[in-house]
Ligand binder design. Structure first.
Ligand code: AMP
Length: 222
């Protein structure tokens, strides 16, 4: 099952992807995580990526696509995958179509207040990339990952200036993909306004029911 997760920054799609990756037993591929790894490299390319990311801008399509194609060629992607953060514009969507078929695009939605709250207070494990949040998804020990015990950090692009830029870029470049995938009959809206800690199992059962054809739309998970 090849899935794309769409949604505004702050909607929580990375968190849902981590939950559903375990439930569906397919890898979660976040181009943001892949690019952050590239940005750590002390190469001219790595520095260019880091600069774009810290400003909240998109990394160029060629670089992003090369990183993604390499990841998709790994054996664990044969049974399917969850793509989180790709495509981010129409050029990338067309390129993706050239490489592989997509079965479903889940478009994650939440109220504006929820999105604003989720955009602050996020902490990410630098090692295993698990996402924590001050709004009900806290680690057991402050600042330490429950899973691998590494230190948690705030992302450089979670600063207010970078967040504003990311939201602007999303509206301009990525939001048009909603209509693009709707026209292809691949888009399914999924609204979640409650903290994942409260409805984790419901999210899993609903998405599984949808992917196995037991239900034909999702709507709001309450
Ligand atoms: P994310 O972790 O998905 O929020 O992505 C963080 C940052 O990585 C974005 O603001 C972009 O700078 C970069 N990025 C992630 N995915 C893409 C993509 N598909 N195309 C271009 N840049 C991307």
């Amino acid at each position: 099952m090849n899935l794309v997760f769409l949604g505004s920054p702050g909607v929580g799609k990375g968190t849902y992807a981590q939950v559903l990756r375990d439930a569906l037993k397919i890898p979660h591929i976040s181009t943001g995580d892949l690019l952050r790894e590239e940005a750590k490299k002390e190469t001219p390319e790595g520095k260019k990526i880091k600069e774009a990311m810290e400003k909240g801008l998109l990394v160029d399509d060629k670089t992003t696509l090369a990183v993604l194609e390499k990841r998709l060629s790994e054996p664990d992607c044969k049974r399917g995958f969850i793509l989180d953060g790709f495509p981010r514009n129409k050029v990338q969507a067309a390129e993706l179509e050239r490489i592989i078929d997509i079965d479903h695009v889940l478009n994650f939605l939440a109220n504006d207040e929820v999105i604003i709250e989720r955009l602050s207070g996020r902490m990410v494990c630098d090692k295993c990339k698990t996402i924590y949040h001050t709004s009900g998804n806290m680690p057991k020990v402050n600042g330490i990952c429950d899973k691998c015990h590494a230190t948690l950090a705030q992302r450089a692009d979670d600063s207010p200036q970078a967040v504003a830029k990311r939201l602007y870029v999303y509206k301009k470049e990525t939001a048009p993909l909603i209509e693009y995938y709707q026209n292809k009959g691949l888009l399914t809206p999924i609204t979640i306004n409650r903290p994942i800690s409260e409805i984790r199992e419901k999210v899993i059962t609903t998405v599984k029911a949808f992917l196995t054809g037991k239900i034909h739309e999702i709507g709001e998970i309450k």
